[in-house]
Ligand binder design. Structure first.
Ligand SMILES: Cc1cc2nc3c(=O)[nH]c(=O)nc-3n(C[C@H](O)[C@H](O)[C@H](O)COP(=O)(O)O)c2cc1C
Length: 409
């Protein structure tokens, strides 16, 4: 058997490691989706304590959550097996975040009034932890003035309202009321827990993905960038309290929650969006793979395959990263190279006006485009190079943010 060059196993970076999340589940038809959310929170490293309302138990049982979280599940204030039996605010005090998903219209009304006639109500009232609420209900219920007023009140009190999304509802109606996607709720929980982090009050712009330069209306020139490194950077900065703008060239990845996403396609689109977003920013990390060359002309019609072949003339694109400036802006460049990445990155630091360049040799196993891991070397303006081990891209993202932080003004 040939050795396919499998990279050494690296530990997955768990963004919620060491965090306690209380997951409240209420009596909505969407309660089954809470099982997926519980699983995703556990996979992100959190310790998850589930609290079910009486109505939630009509839809889904304790055993599902106990098996997914490996923790006792609370169903009542008077439940002898719950930590709440000894101390009814135990969960409230241990929580780093309370998330209610799905949240019924009834529970929203109870939260707005501050009722504590069940385990979930008591937990919410007694906690200092951030509260994330994901409403789920029929579109007519959702648009009811009472529900809207309750949501406005909760928002005013600093509660994070996740979704709801639009689409087909269990009632058969098409409209607003679908519970937010579990992965996005996890993103909002991560953001809520990190809101006092070391990037709090900072504006961070991340570029990601591979630009597409049109040849004609149906074809383009692009590259293999998946966007994974840039998306990981956007999530890491969000998780540390930053206000993040992600300028994304086409990528198959889901947009991270709690991040402003500007979707672009071409080099020119990327340039305009990055220039605009960076003016008031503290940090720009250019993780996007931007086409160095573009077709000299874009055909207005699809090019026919009449001739024996096709010769395209390409022109070199201007390097506009030096032009991106702002009163406080600190810039970090990326250099994806095949061979001698560090040498090439050294030349790039000053030419880009960056404080350091993140070099990665995309030809190395486990590194570069499409992989979940990366091995990078950080080359600073003095030419010093720090090689980091092969790591999960989220861990690489945090390492980059650690090193950028001291430069911020
Ligand atoms: C089949 C069925 C589905 C329901 N789905 C929802 C729903 O999606 N959203 C909602 O707000 N209420 C829904 N309800 C109504 C709630 O279950 C009811 O208001 C209950 O009192 C909520 O209690 P809780 O908020 O304590 O969980 C549904 C009721 C039934 C019978």
């Amino acid at each position: 058997m040939t050795n396919l060059g499998t990279p050494p196993a690296t530990e997955r970076f768990l963004p919620l490691k060491g965090k306690n999340v209380v997951l409240g589940v209420t009596g909505s038809i969407a309660a089954y989706k809470a099982a997926d959310l519980a699983s995703k929170l556990v996979q992100a490293g959190a310790q998850v304590d589930v609290v079910l309302t009486g109505s939630a138990q009509e839809f889904i049982g304790k055993a599902t959550f106990a098996a997914l979280t490996h923790r006792p599940v609370t169903t009542s204030l008077w439940d002898a097996n719950s930590p709440m039996a000894i101390d009814h605010v135990a969960l409230a005090l241990s929580a780093d975040c309370v998330v209610i998903a799905p949240a019924t219209a009834n529970t929203l009304a109870k939260l707005a009034l501050g009722l504590s006639d069940d385990a979930l109500g008591a937990t919410v009232l007694a906690t200092d932890a951030p509260l994330v609420v994901a409403p789920a209900m029929d579109a007519n219920m959702y648009s009811a003035p009472a529900v809207q007023a309750n949501l406005a009140l909760l928002r005013e009190r600093g509660v994070v309202i996740a979704g709801p999304g639009e689409g087909r509802l269990a009632s058969g109606l098409i409209g607003k009321g679908r519970m937010e996607e579990p992965l996005r709720i996890v993103g909002l929980v991560r953001q809520a827990i990190g809101r006092g982090g070391d990037y709090a009050g900072r504006r961070v712009v991340i570029s990601a993905g591979g630009t597409q330069e049109p040849i004609d209306p149906v074809r383009f020139i692009s590259n293999r960038s998946s966007g994974k490194m840039g998306y990981a950077l956007a999530e890491a900065a969000r998780d540390r309290g930053a206000e993040v703008t992600l300028v994304s060239a086409p990528s198959a990845l889901d947009e991270p929650a709690g991040v402003e996403v500007s979707q672009v396609r071409t080099v020119a689109g990327m340039r305009n969006a990055v220039l605009a977003a960076s003016q008031q920013a503290d940090l720009l990390v250019m993780a996007a793979a931007i086409s160095d060359f573009s077709p000299a002309e874009v055909a207005a019609e699809k090019i026919k395959k009449n001739g024996a072949g096709l010769t395209l003339e390409l022109v070199k694109n201007e390097d506009w990263m030096p032009l991106v400036t702002g009163p406080k802006l600190v810039k970090v460049a990326f250099a994806a190279e095949t061979g001698n990445a560090v040498e090439k990155a050294r030349a790039k630091v000053t030419s880009k006006g960056a404080v350091f360049t993140v070099a990665n040799d995309v030809s190395e196993p486990g590194s570069g485009f499409g992989t979940d891991t990366n091995r990078v070397t950080i080359v600073d303006a003095a030419g010093a190079a720090e090689q980091l081990p092969l790591m999960d891209k989220l861990a690489v993202a945090h390492a980059i943010l650690d090193r950028a932080l001291p430069y911020l003004k």
